[in-house]
Design a protein around this ligand. Sequence first.
Ligand code: SF4
Length: 302
Amino acid sequence: MKTRYNALNSYLKEKFGERTLKICIDGGFTCPNRDGTKGTGGCIFCSEKGSGEHIKSRDISTQIQQHLSSYRGKRANKFIAYFQNFSNTYASIENLKIRYDTALKNDKIVALAVATRPDCITDQIAKLLNSYTKTHYVYVELGLQTANDKSGKILNRGFDSGDFENAVRILSNYDIDVVAHIMVGLPNETFDDIKRTVEFINKQNISGIKIHSTYVVKNTTLEDMYLSGQYTPPTLEEYIRSVVYIIKHISPSLIIHRISGDAPKDLLVAPEWNLHKKWIINGINKVLEQQDVIQGDSYLEN
Ligand code: SF4
């Protein structure tokens, strides 16, 4: 079948010459939007573990070792150390260095991926990340969710799109690839917001995009909003329509890291379709096929 978008797996295979998989790591970080620096409640959709609910151990070496010796560790020879939970640049430089160094010790780790929020990027941090580029591929996954700062306020995210632009600028100055994380189906958002977020993304110096569906998990403000009728999650059809639009309108050069969420079964409240990753991915591929859409087809129309 014709490849209709630049999927991360193919990109990694080409870059490293073979299948390369992620190891999700909980680096023991917190978030300024939870510890009181920016806020205490966190973003309204954020679970108590700051995503990455399946990760159990706190010790970084142990997490990597456990992964490598499990069946998943036998599925490839090369891996990305992916710091997933909370804001993985939110610590002193010394502390960050210890954690990243630990993660990169094993020879099978060929890349460092760090998920964080835009207001947790400084020149010093970018410089530290750049120091690993001599030996590893390094990228930062930067939360944006939406370019609409009014929605951002409803999300209680505690930063704005200007912070995102600033972080991208800093990371670009240090030659660090940026992956923008966006969400479809946020409260207060319509299809026009998706269009505006795509326009915004297309003006940024980024190398990739991660598209995530908004889902409701237990013990979040979004759950309260959902139960009181203030929030209605998107249907699968609405989600597919948005993702197809995004793929069609983003730059053909961007790497697409994800086109679905990864809802934790035990915490998911709604929508139920989020548990069926195959339905989502097959549904998107089917529409791309039916409409004969290739990534970036309408990029220049933006
Ligand atoms: S910035 Fe990320 S980790 Fe922090 S509260 Fe928001 S979603 Fe959670």
